[in-house]
Design a protein around this ligand. Sequence first.
Ligand code: IVH
Length: 673
Amino acid sequence: MTVPEDTLRRIQWLREQINHHNYLYYVLDQPEISDADYDALMRELLDLEASYPEVVSPDSPTQRIGAAPSGKFAPVPHTVPMLSLDDAFSQEEVMDFDQRVRKLLGTEDEMEYTTEPKMDGVAVELIYESGLLIQGATRGDGYTGEDVTANLKTIRAIPLRLRDSELPVPERLEVRGEVFIYRDAFVELNREREKVGENLFANPRNAAAGSLRQLDPGVTARRPLSIFCYGVGTAVGHDFTTQWEILMTLRTWGLRVNSMVKKVTGIRNALKYHRDIGLRRNELNYEIDGVVIKVNRLEMQRRLGAKARSPRWAIAFKFEAAQAVTRISSIELSVGRTGAITPVAVMEPVKVGGVVVSRATLHNEDEIRRKDIRIGDWVIIRRAGDVIPEVVRPLVDRRTGREEIFQMPDTCPVCGSRLVRKSGEAAWRCPNPECFPRLVKQLTHFAGKAAMDINGLGPRVAEQLITAGIIRSPADLYSIRLSDLLSLERFAGKSAENLLATINKSKRTTLARFIYGLGIRHVGEVASQVLTSRFRSIQRLMDATEGELMAIDGIGPEMAGSIVEWFRKPRNRELVNSLMKAGVEFKDQIGEKALPLQGKVFVFTGSLSAMTRAHAKEVVKEMGGETASAVGRRVDCVVAGKRPGSKLRKARELGITIISEDEFLSMIEKVKT
Ligand code: IVH
């Protein structure tokens, strides 16, 4: 099919517009159009590319989330090792560094340095050839990293193609930078994880690292990551003379460079920079753990050289960790939505890094044992990654002998049920599904924005409704009467009517929101969507076996087990049934016969010529089928392209239907009509 000339021009124009607005938004932080206008451009481009797949290019802005899960990360050797930095913790150590540098260079003159914020994230290398991003890798051990190209491509601040500037882009450019997650995004991410009972990330750096190492780039794409670039490995076709020039040139090529980088003369000015940045540190929406001081002239850097792991021409002057000393007055237990009991240290309020802290999570019983934390102890606390307060250790020599060793109770502090602890798990759980805090959290999760979206049903109202005996489960929401609400404190006519209207409206929802709202452990928003596209009806999900669930990309044994266990409980099945009886309906649920490939599992092997594998998988999904990455008994059909691999042999062994690409094409043609 030939693409009409004006369509091609339109596609080109859309790409330029989108790239330009990406750059303004993600690199310069200066958006010029609304999100809605941006979305409209993107939608138009996606539509055009879907109609003319032959024009899709690897640097089209639509390709940021195109890649399929990779399965594992291939090793990538770095052509120039990615070294680490020596740390300094005091002004003296930094002065010593300056002395050493000048002595080695044989100069009395003041040195010229660049001073840069030291980002606390994950070091990566981006490789551009003729301006096109061809590969991205983690630092790894400094010599060999992991290929995380597909994941890095989802980060909007990373250009897929370098910008043309007065300076032509080099033939090959290895850019180094630090990927990080914004603080507010990190807090939000943990809040989401807490809701679905997943382990929390201890700090933004771990969250960034975890996000970058996702096997499914779709998951990475949903994490608000960004990058600051700070250096180059090899640059073929461009000669730099100073670090400052590197920073400024990277910027003209469209790469994001921290706006606080500075060039200074003399070590005193570098120390002043450290002080100034230290004062602004808490205002930033990302974590920095110090400043990096680098000799500016590259020729001097070469003369200074490197030790085994770190260069002699740079030093990281770290900030003091935000720590404080306080006393634990008691240890409280908090009951989570899934019943997990979390011990929380209640402390005399103390300021850490500019924030007053009076509670810190102790995670679980084992953690308390391991750190030997006792009630009444003086402890050092730290805002880990400057966000979640954490108890570092007790000050044992300040003990008086009156401290109490914490004893995990046998029974739930709220409802008195006997606590249970599964083997292999750190948490004790309250098994009573009607335990008050569990009910409250279950209800607010169900009503949450990403679930049934019942605005106005927060923890306070949930507590009121349950305490007054008006509801005992989310299903009861739909039989609340106006008079019930009016009997509650703080509910006037208008607000009661509004809440009822919102509850009523929430009945018409999507299957994905509903599944998420059930609050099954480990099942987050993304998983709910995956489950929706695989099962398309709540009934089928209820009857799914662990094997069926585990065969789905993105669903591991833990989640599969948790889903099956949840639906096995009569109480939960009843909840789903009464919600359906109450009139909950799904806009996206598709009837049994509506989809031609419903329930069929496909595997692709070899290369396809008429379409990309990602596209073929997409087609199968659209028609209600499912794709798997490996051949197993559950698979119905293997599509063999050119040069098929071992999957074909396996399919023959198992006697699974094998069809050619042409047969596949005519199959989807036929079912389409
Ligand atoms: S320069 C040989 N500059 O700190 C030069 N590193 O401990 C090494 N980092 O792995 C890197 N911000 O991940 C440099 N402005 C910056 C940095 C920075 C953060 C990280 C980087 C590196 C680690 C070194």
